[in-house]
Design a protein around this ligand. Sequence first.
Ligand SMILES: *Cc1c(COP(=O)(O)O)cnc(C)c1O
Length: 492
Amino acid sequence: MPGQARSGLAYAEPLIFELGASGRSAVSLPPLDVPEVEPEKIYGSLARRHPASLPELSEPEVVRHYVRLSQANMAIDTAFYPLGSCTMKYNPKVNEWAARLPGFASLHPFTPDELAQGALELMYRLERSLAAIVGMDRVTLQPSAGAQGELCGLLMIRAFHLSQGRSPKKVLIPTTAHGTNAASCAQSGFQAVPFDAGPDGIIDPAQLARLVDDDVAALMVTNPNTLGLFERELPQIAAILHDKGALVYGDGANLNALLGRVRPGDLGIDLLQINLHKTFTTPHGGGGPGAGPVAVKRFLAPFLPTPTVEYDGERFYLDHNRPQSIGRLRSFYGNFGVMVRAYTYIREMGAKGLREASGLAVLNANYLRARLRQSWNLPYDRTCMHEVVIDDKHIRHTGVSTMDVAKRLLDHGFHAPTVYFPLVVKNAMLIEPTETESKATLDAFVEAMESIAKEAQSNPELLKEAPHLTALRRPDEARAARKPILRYKANG
Ligand SMILES: *Cc1c(COP(=O)(O)O)cnc(C)c1O
């Protein structure tokens, strides 16, 4: 019946019967009426004149191509991935199931509140859970990344000061901080004022007090800092800033050491962003999507971006009517799929599970520290939190670089740690094992690092040309990022 619309399933059923074993169907079937489409009639002048230049391949060939490509890369699903300050932790597969539930995945962003009650409830409950975990009162889920969360937080800090009739310009940032802190500062119109941490790697309150004047809007602090050290003096530091009317912003990208043990809100932090894609499990090896919710104390709640998710006792709704808000931060409500993953993770773990996870994350990092200090230099040799920094001091005379060590690790089947960061340690390697790795994996990693330390002495050339066993050796990473070749035929 030409012209009659049929669903995909209605097509598929007769097709399966007709292609049955005998090639003939036992039942009498309606004629298969796949309409003959004449492209030019449909598309007019837009119709393609020549066949598209696409590769003609069978399904297995395509599958093999992509599986091979996926295996050419080092990935968390195939190898230990101790990338410090990035928390490449295990992402439970049940998260993917939850995020793909049609009621969540197919929800249109313009769906009215009444028809999106489940999604709004999830957002509301996630907000409450995050607030409880970090010791804050309200949370916006909108920011799409940690850096956008920082921007959101700084805009709220500005709005707060303006509401007090003040407009201080400076934001203090320790040199151990992630580079995004200074960038977010510049983007929000503040002036970043860097300062060095004390000799033990953490902020010295007396030194900080000398920098705090009436023109300071806030301090941005990462705790544990990027050396993996706990900022012990934070309550005293917060008091110094609060005395001058300044706020304390927490960079909470990595909460793996704190979950269920320390609440940043109790340490005097007024607002902080949380990277759901790091601490709360969303795969982010390819760079996103992520989510950087910002948690705030009650006095900052009026400035949260619009809309907020509210509950009136009967129904959940989006509140757009917030006169003191900094406004909308991005389209719609943020990366909802990431929220589903984070909520699934929190519910699956429970309060007890999250507390256990942070304990194991810290234990694993300290196990690596204790074992690695026999063959590598530790610039800060004391109990660390969820990550540990080593450097190249013992091998510097061999001419082998930190980058060479990172490349050689690939030959041993491990992803490299974060290298050349934090900047305050020369030729640093920042190692974060996370809570899910076994002792056997950690031991294998230590053995690889020990053997690399020996190779640096005995055969430095081997390291300078590493990796030897990967699909690609040393690609020009800057060029690959700036001029990516995204077509299947470079000149096609
Ligand atoms: C990852 C990270 C950020 C930035 O988060 P993005 O989601 O990559 O924008 C900021 N601060 C710290 C300490 C981080 O580890």
